[in-house]
Design a protein. Sequence first.
Length: 340
Amino acid sequence: MFTIKGSVESDAVRSIPSNYICPKTPDDSIIYETQNVPIIDFSLLISSNPNERSKAIQQLGDACRDWGFFMLINHGVSEKLRGEVLRSTKSFFDLTEEEKREFSGENLFDPIRCGTSFNVMVDKTLFWRDYLKCHVHPHFHAPSKPLGFSETLEEYITKSREVTGVLLKGISLSLGLEENYIHKRMNLESGAHQLLVINFYPPCPKPEDVMGLPPHTDHGLLTLLMQNDLGGLQIQHNDKWIPIQPLPNSFLINTGDHLEILTNGKYKSVVHRAVVNEKAARISVGTAHGPPIDSIVSPAPELVQEDHPPAYRGITYRDYLMLQQSQELNKKSCLDRIRI
Ligand code: OGA
Ligand code: NI
């Protein structure tokens, strides 16, 4: 199985192969700005002090509306577990190409898929990333190697689902809806879909020439991202690319396309991308939390008004995933395909 990690390590990549060189676009010259995404304190969202809680919920709503991204602290997922996930992920990518081939999969709905440059950009540029994607809920799938990896992941994705559940309750309240509104409307109790996406970005001799992951938005309601201590994620905010420096022991959370659909555009799914570095491998572990795979997502009637008609047509989560898969990643959100 071909991986970019393998070719970097076998020394085949002394200079960047031309099919990885990412053409510069006018967008890339947009100034970077050091601005920080909002920080949300999870412990306040579950506080027994009603004032504290409602303040935190308001901050959560503001973050979703103004940024579509926030850093989550005091979330209760132990540093030990997070460390184990990152360590065992590294061991997984350290398996031989031959061993990894067993998990390569081919189709979007294969329970486990690992490989490289999964989507190619419009101009066929490849990107500097290997990945492992597993469908982990309602049915849990994970590679059987290395030893203990699957157990560690199972514990982790369960915790990340619990955190997401609390966030979605806070988000419902922030929209002026009842706490369980999103849970009920999205049928989250009956088999919410959860996809684990692990990104492995090997060090690159000329990081400015390549792209780790080109600009895109995420499907689903919320994505939780954990990263090792190397930054690389950039988000688009007020037409500028903002680099995100992860706070220790935090999650980076973003609102996905289906939350934008559900809120009829009130909470936006924001374009982001990942760049690479020459120092060391960067690992990011994302979990995308969506509704059950065959549920139809459409704007909530409570958020549709005469002067604010439904902005998206209803589509099943499954069809949306296929639609997103079928289009090349090209800066545009797949949401453009279902906008009314
Ligand atoms: C993703 C993603 C960002 C990163 O997997 O969808 O945006 O920093 N990853 O790896
Ligand atoms: Ni993403």
